[in-house]
Design a protein around this ligand. Structure first.
Ligand code: T46
Length: 141
């Protein structure tokens, strides 16, 4: 799996009453302190959300109902697509990953667990700026 993006399967605690999945701050599966959560639902058909990267913010994305696809582009230009279609499956997205969320099913609820409080200055919303930032960083590594 690509280092900047990682698919996670959360253990399911199930019994005759149903199923339960836990996300815990600073755990092996959520390796950051959780400062914020939000969720996206009632998405207009055909919508593509995201289209940005973050400088610092790390996120765990979980489609707790329905399904959607997360498309990612790493700093080295590698691309990947991840179908989130089950509530025990998560996608860990590190900073400096250009990502979109698309192909939402009608019933999709995308839960996002974030390492940082909301800060618009942490967003890179211009694709050329993202690529320039990645290319400059690679010159010094
Ligand atoms: C991300 C993907 C997965 C706030 O005021 N506070 C918040 O915590 C968030 C997340 C958003 N907002 C405001 C900013 C915009 O005016 O809500 C509006 C919609 O946000 P945005 O267009 O950034 O939404 P998405 O779905 O494109 O992206 C969101 C997150 O912003 C982003 O961090 O990685 O989900």
């Amino acid at each position: 799996m690509l280092a900047n993006v990682k698919e996670i399967m959360f253990p399911v605690r199930g019994d005759e009453r149903g199923r339960l999945v836990v996300q815990e701050s600073l755990s092996e599966l959520v390796p950051f302190e959780i400062k914020r959560t939000f969720f996206i639902y009632d998405t207009t058909p055909g919508t593509v959300r995201g289209n940005h990267a973050h400088h610092r913010n790390r996120q765990m994305l979980i489609c707790v109902s329905g399904a959607c696809t997360i498309k990612c582009e790493m700093p080295d230009g590698t691309k990947s697509a991840h179908r989130l279609d089950w509530p025990d499956k998560g996608l860990l997205v590190e900073g400096m990953v250009w990502h979109t969320m698309e192909e939402f099913s009608k019933d999709a609820v995308l839960l996002v667990i974030a390492s940082e409080h909301y800060d618009e200055s942490d967003y890179i919303r211009n694709y050329s700026e993202f690529r320039r930032g990645c290319d400059n960083a690679s010159k010094y590594t």
